[in-house]
Design a binder for this molecule. Structure first.
Ligand code: GLY
Length: 381
């Protein structure tokens, strides 16, 4: 893609640009820190051709590249893989002024970010996300981490990159299923903050699922803008603390803060655990957003038409909106025990109208179950 790039500024935890479009080589060479003599490129086998392009750019810039290949998906996010990376940094004589580049999907950018955050207490990081999910969510905002036996992302750090370089043309090389499930996070961005995203998808869902469409570039740009605004306001996810239990805290956009990015994620995380992480994150988020919409409907925050809109939007993209009903007790327990809940109080991001996230704390058990029982609809309308 050779069009003029769009630059979106992220502030709050170290200022940087997310650069969308233009040539990957051209954008990358411009963001390599002049101080970096050595560059480690962390990638998976599936994006080796893109990693090779990155290595060439690094070499042309007169820096010494070291390539680290890590396993695909969540298998990369372990302390053993991180330790293997630290060993390679040590062997390469990696200093505080050097640079880590993460090339891949969300698991790769999380792991590369974690390695950059922890080596010598933090070295520079450039993210080159190659999946839609990583472009619009994982690679932007500075969250890094690994999984441990007790749960996903329980060990990590906030560590902002110095730049995120997005070349939408690389999406053509990613399996279609990854593109479609990544769209769940795009829909989320629309529902929580930029309803034009929903309008655009509704007008042309076929273009939305086509990685090569112009609409895809616009959806990436709008979703990154949403993420950039939210994390710039509340980098460390401190907003939304202190509302009364048992209430809907209609606190307005800014005070809900970064937690709004968890729209649909409370149930989604429980579903991912129940499925042993064999379900894709975006699929679980899609189901979780319909659940959140039903919760909002039952508590008088969304009208029926808006709940139906959630279903129609997601099904038009081929995303799931139903879930097995026999799993409810297990899912409820899992949500209650989720280590990310605050003091074991159940919290849900719901919408008080499209584009207006609020926090619902400790809703009554029967409302939760009623919302879940509605996830058996089969018509999508
Ligand atoms: N993926 C949620 C966040 O970045 O806060």
């Amino acid at each position: 893609m050779a069009s003029e790039p769009t630059r979106i500024r992220v502030t709050g935890g170290g200022d940087y640009d997310v650069i969308i479009g233009g040539s990957l080589e051209g954008q990358l060479i411009a963001v390599l820190p002049s101080s970096a003599a050595r560059v480690v490129i962390v990638h998976t086998e599936s994006v080796a051709p893109i990693a090779r392009q990155v290595v060439e750019v690094v070499a042309v810039a007169g820096k010494v590249p070291t390539v680290i290949e890590i396993p695909d998906g969540e298998a990369a996010k372990t302390v053993l893989v991180a330790a293997a990376c630290w060993d390679k940094l040590g062997a390469a004589g990696f200093t505080r002024s050097d640079l880590v580049i993460g090339v891949g999907g969300g698991a790769t950018t999380d792991l590369a970010g974690f390695v950059a955050a922890t080596w010598l207490r933090g070295v520079a990081l450039v993210q080159v996300p190659t999946t839609l999910l990583a472009m619009v969510d994982a690679a932007v905002g500075g969250k890094t981490g690994i999984n441990i036996g007790a749960g996903k992302n329980l060990v990590g750090s906030f560590h902002s990159p110095v730049a995120v370089v997005i070349d939408p043309s690389v999406l053509a090389t990613v399996p279609v299923v990854d593109h479609v499930t990544g769209l769940a996070e795009v829909v989320k961005a629309g529902l929580i903050r930029d309803p034009v995203i929903c309008d655009l998808i509704e007008a042309d869902p076929a273009a939305a699922v086509d990685p090569a469409s112009e609409l895809t570039v616009e959806l990436i740009t709008r979703s990154v803008r949403v993420k950039a605004e939210v994390v710039s306001d509340d980098f460390r996810e401190a907003g939304g603390l202190g509302e009364a239990a048992g209430s809907v805290a209609a606190m307005g956009r800014s005070s809900v803060g970064r937690e709004m990015l968890n729209y649909g994620h409370t149930l989604a995380h429980a579903i991912e655990r129940a499925e042993g992480y064999r379900i894709r994150h975006g699929s679980a988020v899609s189901i979780g957003m319909v659940f959140a919409a039903e919760l909002a409907g039952l508590t008088g925050h969304l009208g029926e038409a808006e709940v139906v809109r959630h279903r129609r939007l997601l099904t038009s993209l081929g995303l799931p909106v139903e879930y097995r009903q026999d799993r409810w007790p297990e899912l409820l327990e899992s949500m209650r025990l989720d280590k990310k809940t605050r003091a074991h109080t159940l919290r849900f991001v719901i919408l008080d109208g499209i584009g207006r996230p609020v926090i619902l704390t400790d809703p009554p058990a029967e409302i939760l179950e009623t919302a879940f029982r509605r996830l058996v609809l089969t018509t999508g309308a």
